[in-house]
Design a binder for this molecule. Structure first.
Ligand SMILES: [Zn+2]
Length: 237
């Protein structure tokens, strides 16, 4: 039974059928010449058997992918995921990111796929990177944004996320975005400004307070103060 593999090289991704005598070995990709690890047939068999026990096909695919990702100590489960999970569920994306954060490098090409396909999972990944304050995850996201040709619309949605994460490590990526997408100049400039001067967040807050000043100029501020004083007086009683 031939083994299905997909070239690890993100710009190639050639799909191949390989004789099972090469299981667990490294072969050369006929298209790009890169090295391809051939999955171990027995491990694939384990995944297939695990999946056969699950009734729903959708659940089967997603669970199969999560199972493969959990086993990422060896990277052989990944080609199976590429083949089987046509529409990766967010749970699979999360699992892949967690695997990467645990140092399982084999999760990298899998996650890269979400970026290439401009999948909604990217927003989730940004959130996880933010929540965990994970420099590794942020570096990973930056690399992918710089390496992939993403649509302007998609990148414009990502720029504010970089600003929100408030990590200066994203600055070179924002500069790269600025060079590559001239139309996003203003948006990127604002994000860079926020990263370079986090205190500008205070200025924004202050702007929000301005209407109160205007009230003051109109003579309303004394009234407000009087009301406030009245409230305090009531509380003191
Ligand atoms: Zn290749």
């Amino acid at each position: 039974m031939p083994i299905s593999v997909i070239c690890d090289n993100n710009s190639c991704r050639k799909s191949l059928k390989i004789k099972d005598e090469f299981a667990g070995k490294i072969v050369e990709c006929p298209r790009c010449g890169g090295n391809i690890r051939v999955p171990d047939y027995h491990l694939q068999q384990q995944f297939l058997e695990a999946e056969e026990n699950i009734a729903s096909r959708v659940v089967e695919e997603r669970l199969g992918a999560v199972l493969a990702l959990k086993k990422l100590g060896d990277p052989f489960g990944l080609p199976l995921i590429y083949d089987r999970v046509a529409d990766p569920a967010p749970v699979v994306a999360d699992e892949a990111l967690l695997a990467l954060l645990e140092g399982k490098e084999a999760a990298r090409p899998f996650l890269a796929r979400f970026f290439q396909e401009e999948h909604d999972a990217v927003r989730r990944l940004m959130k996880v990177a933010d929540k965990r304050r994970s420099a590794e995850a942020l570096d990973f996201i930056c690399t992918l944004v710089e390496e992939n040709k993403l649509s302007e619309q998609y990148v414009s949605e990502m720029v504010p996320l970089f600003a929100r994460i408030q990590n200066r490590r994203a600055l070179p990526t924002l500069e790269a975005i600025r060079r590559r997408y001239p139309n996003l100049e203003q948006l990127v400039q604002a994000a860079i400004g926020r990263l370079e001067h986090p205190e500008s967040g205070v200025a924004t807050l202050y702007k929000g307070v301005r209407p109160l000043e205007k009230l003051g100029k109109l003579g309303c501020l004394p009234v407000l103060l009087a009301l406030l004083a009245g409230g305090v007086a009531l509380l003191v009683r």
